[in-house]
Design a protein around this ligand. Structure first.
Ligand code: C2E
Ligand code: MG
Ligand code: MG
Ligand code: MG
Length: 276
């Protein structure tokens, strides 16, 4: 009986796994098709100077709209795009959109604003990556110092040598680099000095910790680390005045979060910038 029960369980779980895999494949097919039909959008979330309150730039964030008006979360479709390699083409498109957007901002009287773009590991593994970023900047005649690449700790840890080599080349060209979702992953601390960084982004999770006892400890440590390394720090996920005040007191210079603005379309961004 026990054996039969196990077998039934196994069949149940494998059927469930199979269903999940099929769901993912269906989603991937739909993502590829929508991407080819130019249905993906790039939205922008402002980044603010904590001293002056001025907008310094934006982070570019992918949006995948559905027929019913909803959006699939990037947390769901980005891993799928990474797994399938589709992120290489999508990432290329994101860079082009961001450079076009920098050109458009300049034309609209905002020549000093920067755009940060998230970059995934498969993009770094692509031999043409560095040149394609440089080509893109040249094609749209943007100031390379206004383009920032955001890489997470896990990207660095995946293959530090590839990432460091690529970033060094891009750095020579004048492009900026931020480390995203930064915590205190011990494994990556030693790479911080080898990476050509300009900015550290404090992971939203540590901002959310502020309400807890000793909850500011990690954010404080990251800000201090940034100061010692001569890097700017930006706090992501700022939702309240209290969180803003806390990171400002720590010496953090910049912030991004729903309190200032949610990610928005390029058209809404121009309206937002005109108002602020
Ligand atoms: P990320 O790079 O850490 O981006 C910040 C995420 O935090 C965004 O989620 C943003 O909407 C969200 N966020 C910003 N402020 C707040 C806040 O105050 N409260 C809360 N609760 N959330 C806030 P989003 O747009 O869902 O993106 C999720 C992740 O997907 C990104 O995390 C990034 O890792 C990835 N992603 C998005 N666009 C791209 C892209 O173009 N390329 C790649 N490779 N990854 C991307
Ligand atoms: Mg990011
Ligand atoms: Mg982040
Ligand atoms: Mg994140």
């Amino acid at each position: 009986r026990a054996k039969k029960h196990l077998a039934q369980n196994y069949e149940y779980y494998s059927a469930q796994m199979e269903e999940q895999m099929v769901d993912r494949l269906v989603m991937l097919r739909s993502l590829r098709s929508d991407f080819q039909k130019d249905k993906l959008q790039l939205w922008y979330q402002p980044q603010i100077c904590l001293k002056s309150g001025h907008v310094l730039g934006m982070e570019a964030l992918l949006r995948w709209p559905q027929a019913d008006g909803s959006f699939v979360s990037p947390a769901v479709f980005i891993p799928l795009a990474e797994y399938s390699g589709l992120i290489i083409e999508i990432g290329d498109w994101v860079l082009q959109q961001a450079c076009k957007q920098l050109q458009s901002l300049k034309a609209h009287g905002f020549p000093q604003l920067r755009i940060a773009v998230n970059v995934s590991m498969p993009q770094f593994r692509n031999h043409r990556f560095v040149q394609s970023v440089i080509d893109c900047v040249e094609r749209y005649q943007v100031d390379p110092a206004l383009l920032e690449l955001e890489i997470t700790e896990s990207v660095v840890m995946d293959d530090p040598q590839i990432v460091i080599a690529a970033l060094n080349k891009l750095k020579t060209f004048g492009i900026k680099v931020a480390i995203d979702d930064f915590g205190i992953g011990f494994s990556s601390l030693s790479y911080l000095q080898q990476l050509p960084l300009d900015r550290i982004k404090i992971d939203r999770a540590f901002i959310q910790d502020f309400a807890r006892p000793n909850g500011t400890l990690i954010a404080e440590t990251v800000v201090t680390l940034g100061q010692k390394l001569g890097l700017a720090t930006i706090a992501e996920g700022i939702e309240t005045k209290a969180q803003e005040e806390a990171v400002r007191t720590m010496g953090c210079q910049e912030a991004q979060g729903f309190m200032y603005a949610k990610p928005m379309t390029a058209a809404d961004l121009l309206k937002f910038l005109a108002k602020s």
